[in-house]
Design a protein around this ligand. Sequence first.
Ligand SMILES: [Zn+2]
Length: 293
Amino acid sequence: MAIKDISNVADRGVIFTFDDDISVYLIKGDNNWYLCDTHLGPGSMEYIKSYMAQQLKQQPVIVFNSHSDWDHIWGNCAFPGRIIIGHDLCPERMKDIGQYELKAQSSFQQGMIKLVPPNLTFSESLTFAEDALKFIYAPGHTIDSAICFDYRDSVLFVGDLVEFPIPYLDCGDLDLYLKTLNIIKEFPARVKVSAHSGIVDNALIECNIAYITDIIGGVCVDPEFYRECPDVHNFNINNRLFAMYESAVRQQLGANFDYGRFRSNFGDFKKMKYAQLQQALEDYLVRLAGHLL
Ligand SMILES: [Zn+2]
């Protein structure tokens, strides 16, 4: 994996985009430097570290995780002893799904990965006034999603909350997602940076809002929304079905619930047909009720 592009945004922000089109965002504050997301492992982070080492003036780095998905946190272990910021729910979700994702997505690993959760978490927001930065809870893509606002440069890093052409839906509460997207749309930031789609504008945010509104309404979603990536739409539909069953199984098993053990019974949601997944989930429930698992 190599860096495809390094772009300066305003005075002190730098977007690093890797070959796979995933970006991390570095803010060079006066007191600390802040790295938003850590891509796929310490291998990727070598590029960022060498960039930082080449700068004339350097500051200690603080890491921020926009959420706990694997493609945003695997490089945390490249920064031992450093502050890693995330929402309160981020360490919990990482513990829940982390090992499963590490195995399921193993072909994407960049270097030897050790899962390292955030060690400085917040509930609603966290401000570093001396560097004019604010981290804000923004649930929607996932329940632990958060954004970073650089109010000196007027740049907002939105992680996976805005994505071209449609976002991944991995949080049951889509009304919450709409609320967050409307806040992002109205946010007084000059530039909005997404982790998968570079600099985004309000037209894309409105498209994301329209797509989610259709999903909430249960109407047949216009294929124009996802023409370029039918797999993501298929994933979203299947994932919503899976989440319903997951919460039922969680309730039933309580402390004995193991996400990895449960999730590994089902295939790739991007490719699977809805009816096939539903049948597999129903069969699982029957086996669970009969104590056959
Ligand atoms: Zn992502």
